[in-house]
Write a protein that binds this ligand. Structure first.
Ligand SMILES: [Zn+2]
Length: 382
């Protein structure tokens, strides 16, 4: 065991590295800015969809792959036509960024890593526009986007790192009607001292996470109440008539509760993942494909899956920042019914069974036992 730890330490001991890190804040646009941004989002969607349509035609009819340069040249042509001249009213950068995103989506598709790109829907619950360095002004902590004459009114809920120089700025709007700006900066991350601890993490329904150490991390506070409110709001939404004003209102209520649950979860997950990465050299989790085997789409399950995904993402980048090792168990195994002490696989248990006694005499907490098996499987696979 100790030689394994040493291997991990020497291999991943980082010197301190420059990483790109996004800082996200809420902001309150003036009515003029809100209008400009809504128009920009509309143009981004149109350019993306039009380019996707052309690329699809080239791919399906001529079997040809269109390059970013070709899409970009097409954009220039569209802007010269009378019909699409309104594209000139918004900053060109977000439009070009949309084409770059489309290019990336095709690269991933052709590499077999992703599905064929889909159209951006007008009904989509989130819209965004990305501005690169030449399309915004950053002066003394004030951020002004291209085509705007006053800076954004940003709520600086946490400070940007000292002397940070933003390289990309993404403005977005969500279904709950909130505006966000995500600022990408380069930051020096100091490595953490090597740790000898290892942990397996099981993400469940009754707790946010259960650790192989036996610790159970509770779900965010108020979530039970929020879930009840959400279920109630969803029933109210279902009772409204399509296209009615009441439906629009009811949808907003649902979106706001969703947003509140997601925000609290995210804050909580940040704290938990930072702690896990600080304390442990090796962290083992299950892969999503494994979890997908359970086809139970209850609200609690949906929320749990979403936070599991976030936990994975956060652990992955934080582990790489701080020189830790993340092990992902990508093979299904009977994590909760196998005894983590003697290895015997017990009989199937319903979800209601929270603890059990193995033939070897060990008394197991179901989730802690699962977390221990995840750690063991992770170590065995690497
Ligand atoms: Zn046993």
């Amino acid at each position: 065991m100790s030689s394994m730890m040493d291997r991990s330490c020497t291999r991943l001991q980082a010197m301190g590295q420059l990483v790109k890190r996004a800082y996200k804040y809420r902001f309150y646009p003036t009515s003029v800015q809100a209008e400009q941004l809504a128009q920009t989002f509309g143009c981004v969607r149109l350019v993306y969809n039009k380019a996707l349509e052309e690329r699809t035609r080239a791919y399906q009819i001529e079997g040809r792959r269109v390059s970013y340069a070709e899409s970009s040249a097409a954009l220039t042509r569209w802007k010269r036509t009378e019909e699409l001249s309104f594209l000139n009213e918004v900053s060109c950068t977000p439009l070009q960024q949309a084409l770059r995103h489309l290019q990336a989506a095709f690269v991933n598709f052709f590499a077999g890593r992703a599905r064929y790109p889909v159209f951006k829907s007008r009904k989509k619950t989130r819209a965004s526009a990305e501005y690169t360095r030449t399309a915004f002004r950053w002066r003394r902590g004030r951020l002004t986007l291209a085509k705007m004459n006053i800076p954004l009114d940003i709520v600086w809920s946490r400070p940007l790192p000292e002397g940070a120089e933003p390289s990309t700025v993404t403005v977005s709007w969500d279904a709950a009607g909130r505006w966000f700006v995500s600022i990408l900066v380069e930051e020096e991350i100091a490595p953490l001292p090597c740790s000898r601890a290892m942990v397996g993490v099981d993400v469940g329904l009754t707790h946010l996470a259960v650790l192989s150490s036996g610790e159970k991390i509770a779900n965010p506070r108020h979530e039970r109440a929020d879930r009840r409110k959400l279920a109630k709001a969803q029933r109210a939404l279902a009772r409204t008539t399509k296209g009615s004003r009441n439906r629009v209102k009811a949808r907003l209520v649902v979106a706001r509760i969703h947003a509140r649950i997601a925000d609290r979860r995210r804050d909580h997950l940040h704290k938990v993942t930072t702690r896990l990465v600080r304390e442990n050299q090796v962290i083992a989790v299950e892969d999503l494909a494994v979890r997908n085997l359970v086809k139970n789409r209850s609200l609690a399950r949906v929320i749990s899956d979403a936070s599991w995904r976030q936990l994975r993402t956060m652990l992955a980048y934080k582990a790489s920042w701080y020189g830790r090792e993340l092990l992902v168990v990508d093979r299904w195994f009977p994590s909760s019914k196998q005894c983590s002490v003697c290895g015997v696989v017990g009989e199937s248990m319903s979800l209601g069974v929270r603890d059990w006694v193995c033939g070897c005499g060990v008394h197991h907490d179901r989730d802690v036992n699962a977390a221990r098996n995840i750690l063991a499987a992770g170590l065995a696979e690497r």
